[in-house]
Write a protein that binds this ligand. Structure first.
Ligand SMILES: [Zn+2]
Length: 417
């Protein structure tokens, strides 16, 4: 069994996880944050967090930690966490801190979006070539698994789409709002949970009479609930607001699909996306039908819609993903605490023979590697890597050397990829 921990902005969750048995013995408690401990400096909050995590991990365990913040996945350093530490932005060596308190534990730390993606990609999307998971909640971020690998940039990041420039309109006119990061005009400023609340304020100011007559004017419950209920009830102004806050998300997805036709799946999750059920997907597809991909949308209009899925929290569970990452890294013989980003590891996924253009070996293993900066991210290289370690279904381990060699062979043979 692997001990798995999910560190969120408000809660810590623990469980025991195994590939065959799933999650057991779930428990949670509030996360120590600057809100719950306003008198403590950030260094103390971090020490308290590490102690709290460590207190629930058995002696000698393998532990997978999912952390809900932007982090350098090359070395498991957390860049910042506004919900836990406020505006403090000095990087925090989480892995080093965990090891220093509990050197008996084999620690593996991944970002929460990565963890959610690893869970989704291990189940019904296991045969897809590239799976992009985007979480639309308090914040917005995405991660793409490329035939088993999660490529990273020089800062150990990938897919921080919430802070990409975006444009938004409301009631027929442009809107410019500030993001939580302080910059104007970012995707999260319009489409995150907090962004949506600000967009609603603007809509109320621009359309006061329609607002007063709308189901959105109900002040008897939290706005998120009022909004989802109003959309479900067919309220016209609520539909307009949903269209406005999904348009910037659709813009990013359209660009992603335009640049990368290997994206077999775009999976949306997170509180905002899931709270609207199928309506969120419908709103995205309406944008992508109105303004689609040049020619593709004319000749193969189903191509975009086939790729976009909204899944519930149970299908993209950070606890499961943390377990997958930890057991994959531990099973590959990586040294204690290795993280995705530095070592090539493999997790067997039954029937994961990838679709056309990727690995074709029957039951090819899904490679959870890791994107060292030196590894090519070309399709040829990734296909070579998958084919190189592809063996029978089941749990597979591969030394880093084997995968590196396969990557090299794939890159050499794949040419432009
Ligand atoms: Zn931002």
């Amino acid at each position: 069994m692997t001990t798995v921990v999910d560190v969120g902005g408000t809660h810590l969750r623990w469980a025991s996880w195994s590939a065959g048995g799933g999650l057991r013995d779930r428990r949670s408690r509030p996360a120590p944050s600057f809100r719950s401990h306003p008198s403590l400096p950030v260094t103390e909050l971090r020490r308290l967090l590490v102690e709290t995590i460590c207190a629930e991990v058995p002696h000698g365990a393998v532990a997978g930690v999912s952390f809900g913040a932007a982090m350098n996945q090359h070395n498991a350093t957390v860049y910042a966490s506004a919900p836990l530490w406020g505006a403090h932005d000095e990087p925090f060596d989480l892995l080093g801190a965990l090891r220093s308190v509990r050197s008996d534990v084999d620690w593996h730390v991944v970002n929460d979006v990565t963890a959610a993606l690893l869970h989704v990609a291990s189940t019904r999307f296991a045969t897809d070539r590239k799976v992009l998971l985007a979480t639309i909640s308090t914040g917005i971020a995405c991660r793409t698994l490329d035939r088993g690998r999660i490529p990273l940039d020089a800062s150990g990041l990938q897919g921080e789409i919430g802070h990409l420039p975006a444009v938004a309109h409301l009631a027929g006119a442009p809107v410019v709002l500030h993001c939580d990061c302080g910059e104007p005009g970012h995707l999260a400023a319009y489409s995150s949970g907090r962004g949506i609340a600000r967009m609603a304020d603007v809509l109320r100011q621009r359309r006061p009479q329609e607002w007063a007559a709308s189901a959105l004017a109900d002040t008897g419950a939290a706005f998120e609930r009022v909004f989802t209920a109003a959309v479900e009830a067919g309220d016209a102004l609520a539909a307009e607001l949903l269209a406005a806050v999904t348009a910037p998300v659709a813009d990013v997805l359209r660009t992603a699909l335009c640049l990368d036709p290997d994206l077999d799946r775009i999976v949306l999750t997170g509180g905002v996306a899931t709270s609207f059920g199928g309506r969120y997907r419908e709103a995205l597809l309406a944008h992508l039908e109105r303004t689609g991909l040049y020619l593709t949308s004319r000749y193969t209009p189903e191509w975009v819609a086939d790729r976009i899925v909204v899944v519930g929290p149970g299908e993209a569970d950070c606890l499961v993903g943390a377990g997958i990452a930890a057991s994959a890294a531990a099973g590959a013989g990586a040294s204690a605490g290795a993280v995705l980003g530095t070592r090539a590891v493999a997790v067997g996924t039954a029937g994961a023979g990838a679709s056309a253009g990727a690995a074709t070996a029957a039951g090819a293993a899904t490679v959870l590697s890791t994107g060292t900066a030196s590894v090519s991210t070309g399709a040829g290289a990734a296909a070579g890597a998958a084919a190189g370690v592809g063996t029978a279904a089941g749990v597979v381990t591969a030394g880093a050397g084997a995968v590196e060699a396969a990557v090299g062979a794939g890159a050499a043979g794949g040419g432009a990829g």
